[in-house]
Structure formats: structure tokens, C-alpha cells
Design a protein around this ligand. Structure first.
Ligand SMILES: Cc1cc2nc3c(=O)[nH]c(=O)nc-3n(C[C@H](O)[C@H](O)[C@H](O)COP(=O)(O)OP(=O)(O)OC[C@H]3O[C@@H](n4cnc5c(N)ncnc54)[C@H](O)[C@@H]3O)c2cc1C
Length: 353
């Protein structure tokens, strides 16, 4: 039987997946709670990801970042020039490209929060405020608070939840990106230029973190680093992200269901970035629908080969790197040692794996 697919979560990744499955002639319905796509205030995704994500080639004008400045926890700094290939695709670029790709698909988007998903006699019932919809295959592309994941009975381990705060500043502060590490906490403060403005934020993984404290710390860091105060009343964002922990295949796909992106726990444990991994998992999932059926084995096999090894490597690096003495020792070497430069460039500019 040809699966009738319901994708819960129509963020950039849900839309991307829907367009891929639509191209394969599947009947797809996308459920999204927001009327407009939420603009993440993140840095974006780097051009090097386009090597295996051709969709990035569709973006019109990526922004270039020319240098990266690193600060160790003890306050020592080092700057490195970046090769020309370091272009940044912002979430807005992504949104534009996906909307273009998705423009013929408007009819099958159901707006409104999915309140409940239930499996009854092999069919999924999807409850929305407007009524109940049915599908025989369900995909959770619904982010950290994934209802699909919860309905299947899987929770993220508390120690993998990271908090991120961010703000967009109206100033144009050039083409330099900054990353500043903290004492013994996985996480960092970041500043990335956008066209004519700047985004800054801070993330950390610790059960003791509170959003209020992170905002206070971020404001001080912005003031110290950029010499610009964060204006009162400026819109601030706070988010929780499930960084990658352990890969448990039976919690990612099975008969009649699959998870992608954050819902599958695919967030980089070193840089806390998720767009690349989410798009990659969506593309692997679409490839696992063949001849009108889905192979969970194929999807899990592709993830195990093409995604999980990189995330595991980065999880290992996270354990070693996020210690003050390691960063205090490494960062001053950046300006003189090409290998150290290469290490920071490839590990900390988002989505370069
Ligand atoms: C502030 C912030 C900054 C970030 N910056 C970056 C960055 O610079 N680079 C990067 O690579 N990653 C970044 N990330 C992470 C990245 O945005 C996510 O990892 C990526 O978007 C994952 O996509 P997703 O589809 O899994 O989840 P999401 O993008 O969260 O999409 C989930 C979608 O599901 C919808 N949804 C949820 N529940 C329901 C429901 N019950 N019914 C209907 N719809 C529902 C939501 O409205 C949302 O649109 C950032 C995240 C945050 C929060």
C-alpha cells in the first residue's frame, strides 16, 4: 500500500522533506502550528555543507565571513583569516530557497497545532483543533518538544538539554565572527555578522543554567566585545536544544513512523547547530522511501554511516575540549599553528564536518 504520509512540524526541515517526498509522488500532508516560519536567530549554515546538500546551491547570495576571533576562558584572544569558501547561508536564505521549492505544495499544509497523535488499528490519527486527520505513516519533524516522539514514549535525557539565548543587533559590525569560551562549561558566546546587522548569542549545557543569568552574561559580553550596549526592549530569544547523546535506532524509526532533525536528537554536541543535521536526516529519510514503501533499516543504516559517526566524534571532542586548561593552551597557538587553525575552523564554524 502506498503510504499516506503526515509530517508533523513544518519548519524549514519539514518543508524540505515534504518537497522531497512530493517529488517522489507521495501523498504528503504537512501540519504546522505557526502561520509564518519562525526565524531562528542563529548564525546559519556554512557553504562547505553544500558538498553533500545540493539544496544549498539554490541559495542566491550567501554572506561572507572573512575572519574568526577566538577568546579562551582566561581571556586570551587569537584571530584567523578564513578562506573565501567560508560563506554563510542565513536561515532567511534557507527559508527563501525552500519556499521557492515548495510553492506548488501549498494545498496540503494544515495550519494549527497538532494536539495529539494516536495509532489505531495501524492508522495514525492526527488531532488538530479543526478535526481528526488520518495517515498510515507519520514523520516527526516537530523539534525539541516533538509530540510524535513523546507519543512514541521516548524522552530526551535531561543531561543532553542545552539552553541558548540570542539577540539581533541593528549594527553592522563588519565580517568578523567571534567565539568566546567559558570556564569548564560546554558552550560559548558567539557573534556572527549578517547583512547590515549582527546576531549574538550564548549557549551552555549545565543543569544549573537559568535563562535570566545567560541573558545577563550575554549583555555583558556584547558590551565588552563590541562596545555597544544591548538596547532596552530589544527582542530576546531563549531556546532549549537536545544535543546529541546516544544513538538508539529504535527511538528514531520503526514500522509506520520516523523522526528527523531535533526530534531525532540530531544536534551537534560541539557547536549546538542543528540545521545541517536536520536537512541531512530529511534527505536520507526521503531516500529511504522507495518503490512506494519505506525501509526503516535503510534510513537507520544511512544515519549510522553518514551522520552518527560525525556526531559521535564531536561528542568525544566535546568531552576533551570544554575544559579551561585545554582551551587556554590551544587558543594562543591558533595564530602560529596551521593545524590548530584548521581544527577550530572545521569544528566551530557551523555545519562543517
Ligand atoms: C535560537 C536558535 C538559534 C539556532 N541557530 C542555529 C544556527 O545558527 N545554525 C544551525 O545549524 N542550527 C541552529 N539552531 C538549531 C536549528 O534551528 C534546529 O536544529 C533546526 O531548525 C532543526 O529543525 P527541526 O525541523 O528539527 O526543528 P524546528 O526547526 O524546531 O521545527 C519544528 C517545527 O515543528 C513545529 N511544531 C512543533 N510542534 C508542533 C505541533 N504539535 N503541531 C504542529 N507543528 C508543530 C514548530 O512550529 C516548528 O516549525 C538554532 C536553534 C535556535 C532555537
Amino acid at each position: 500500500m502506498v503510504p499516506k504520509i503526515a509530517i508533523i512540524g513544518g519548519g524549514a526541515v519539514g518543508h524540505y522533506l515534504a518537497s522531497l517526498l512530493h517529488l517522489k509522488d507521495y501523498s504528503v500532508t504537512l501540519f504546522e502550528t505557526k502561520s509564518a516560519w519562525e526565524r531562528q536567530l542563529g548564525t546559519g549554515i556554512f557553504s562547505s555543507s553544500s558538498i553533500d546538500l545540493p539544496i544549498l546551491e539554490e541559495f542566491s547570495s550567501p554572506h561572507q565571513i572573512t575572519s574568526l576571533k577566538l577568546f579562551s576562558p582566561s581571556g586570551k584572544s587569537a584571530t584567523m583569516e578564513l578562506p573565501q569558501s567560508y560563506r554563510l547561508y542565513t536561515p532567511e536564505d534557507l527559508e527563501e530557497a525552500l519556499k521557492e521549492r515548495f510553492k506548488d505544495f501549498e494545498g496540503r499544509v494544515i495550519s494549527g497545532r497538532v494536539l495529539e497523535v494516536k495509532r489505531v488499528e495501524g492508522m495514525w490519527q492526527i488531532h488538530t483543533p479543526e478535526g481528526v486527520h488520518e495517515a498510515n505513516f507519520i514523520i516527526g519533524a516537530d523539534g525539541i518538544s516533538s509530540l510524535v516522539r513523546k507519543s512514541l514514549g521516548f524522552l530526551y535525557p535531561a543531561e543532553n538539554i542545552t539552553m541558548e539565548v540570542s539577540v539581533e543587533l541593528p549594527q553592522d559590525l563588519g565580517q568578523e565572527a567571534t567565539i568566546q569560551f567559558f570556564d569548564n562549561i560546554p558552550g560559548y558566546f558567539w557573534i556572527f555578522p549578517r547583512m547590515g546587522r549582527t546576531v549574538a548569542g550564548l549557549w551552555g549545557t549545565s543543569q544549573f543554567l537559568q535563562a535570566r543569568h545567560l541573558f545577563e552574561k550575554m549583555d555583558i559580553l556584547i558590551n565588552n566585545t563590541l562596545q555597544v550596549p544591548v538596547a532596552a526592549g530589544i527582542q530576546r530569544h531563549v531556546a532549549h536544544l537536545p544535543t546529541f547523546g546516544k544513538f538508539t535506532p529504535r527511538e528514531v524509526a520503526g514500522a509506520g513512523w520516523a523522526l528527523v532533525g531535533e526530534a531525532a536528537g540530531l544536534i551537534d554536541p560541539l557547536s549546538c547547530e542543528g540545521l545541517y543535521w536536520a536537512l541531512k536526516s530529511a534527505s536520507l529519510l526521503a531516500d529511504s522511501f522507495d518503490q512506494k514503501s519505506f525501509s526503516a533499516k535503510r534510513y537507520l543504516g544511512s544515519l549510522s554511516r553518514e551522520v552518527i559517526p560525525s556526531l559521535r566524534k564531536r561528542q568525544f571532542l566535546r568531552k576533551i575540549l570544554y575544559r579551561s586548561w585545554v582551551l587556554n593552551w590551544l587558543i594562543p597557538k591558533v595564530e602560529s599553528k596551521r593545524r590548530t587553525q584548521h581544527f577550530f575552523r572545521t569544528q566551530f564554524l557551523p555545519s562543517t564536518c
